[in-house]
Design a protein around this ligand. Structure first.
Ligand code: ZN
Length: 94
């Protein structure tokens, strides 16, 4: 039985599935519900990523990628611990 590898177009999670030829291909990501695309190992297929911060990373995706259930609105965060905008950053006393 052939092993197919899919990659989510939303969260770039890789999914391996052992399927028969008669089985319907996977199309929905179990992680985020995004679109799964079949990955052919050995062939250099480069998907056209639309400004994604990572292209190929498996394992640490769950840490950085937050589910769409928590929309981060900038209004709820009035004070952000941002560093000084000026170039003088090393102002730590001696
Ligand atoms: Zn996904």
């Amino acid at each position: 039985m052939p092993t197919y590898e899919y990659e989510c177009q939303s969260c770039h999670q890789r999914v391996e599935a052992v399927q028969k030829f008669s089985d319907a291909p996977l199309s929905v990501c179990e992680n985020c519900g995004g679109e799964l695309r079949k990955v052919f190992s050995g062939v250099g297929i480069v998907f056209k990523g639309s400004g994604f911060y990572k292209t190929d990373s498996r394992g640490s995706a769950s840490a950085a990628t937050a589910p769409a259930t928590t929309p981060s609105t900038p209004s709820t965060t009035p004070s952000t611990p941002a560093p000084a905008p000026t170039g003088a950053s090393s102002t730590s006393g001696d």
